[in-house]
Design a protein around this ligand. Sequence first.
Ligand SMILES: Cc1cc2nc3c(=O)[nH]c(=O)nc-3n(C[C@H](O)[C@H](O)[C@H](O)COP(=O)(O)OP(=O)(O)OC[C@H]3O[C@@H](n4cnc5c(N)ncnc54)[C@H](O)[C@@H]3O)c2cc1C
Length: 278
Amino acid sequence: MSKVLIVHAHPEPKSLTSALKDFAVETLEAQGHEVQVSDLYGEGWSAVAGWPDFRQPAHPDRLTYAAESGAAFAAGSQAAEIEAEQQKLLWADAVVLNFPLWWFSTPAILKGWIERVFALGFAYGVGAHGGERWGDRYGEGVLSGRRAMIMVTMGGHEAHYSARGVNGALDDVLWPIQHGVLFYPGMEVLPPFVVYQTHRLTEADWPEIAVAYRRRLDGLFTDAPIPFRSQNGGHYDGRQVLKPGLGAGEAGTRIHLAQPGDPAEFAEPPQAVLAKAR
Ligand SMILES: Cc1cc2nc3c(=O)[nH]c(=O)nc-3n(C[C@H](O)[C@H](O)[C@H](O)COP(=O)(O)OP(=O)(O)OC[C@H]3O[C@@H](n4cnc5c(N)ncnc54)[C@H](O)[C@@H]3O)c2cc1C
């Protein structure tokens, strides 16, 4: 059985988003998984990055956040709550970010969790850098081997988030989180579980939502991840630009998904491509 971390960001325990968190805990535990929850509002998480994040600042005259973050991570002098969240991420086999969409992103408290917990040396700046190599990221990194999924509730209609929808395609709205936050330090990212038009819902809609979410939780360790191209899997040139001939017929962020028309060596899941490249 596996270990799952749910990072939950909603201020109201009776909300739909909180009910989905509770449902995930019950469902996963009933399947025999171990579950930990980081309830950011409930625990009074601070979203604010700053000096208190470092117990023994390396350069107390001027705050350069990334430099202090790297120094504190290396020295073991990060604030205790940051280290505790990193330990939970290392403990987990899968991570679920559970939140309502607020202004096309996560609530600020969850953004602050990412900024503070995804430290230099932990989530970025990992692996060899130099020449054409830009470290272990996008498919490789400290969190590789783990799965990740977003559970997001939102007011907007599904059509508004479709390929030609006025809000922009959902994949593009979630791109910074799915590709930029979760795939960057190495996690395999599953398609999101989404509840649209939440203001139209009533308690009577719950059974249908629960059935749909259970299906996704059942597949947490077996469903196919989004086929993001791995940085070090041969898809990109030395400037980290997608090589000619790849992404043909696609535009925008979709060029960074492995496609059926790719040459055979790129049409494999990122982990298989990386294993060969090593
Ligand atoms: C600051 C802000 C920014 C926003 N930005 C965006 C945006 O960019 N894009 C967008 O699309 N939307 C946006 N929204 C809308 C937002 O995404 C929704 O308000 C949110 O997803 C609703 O989730 P909730 O958990 O708060 O729902 P709740 O208000 O708690 O519940 C919604 C409905 O679900 C029903 N329900 C069914 N079953 C249950 C259950 N078991 N438990 C509890 N309730 C249940 C309730 O009866 C209720 O009517 C924004 C909202 C805010 C406040």
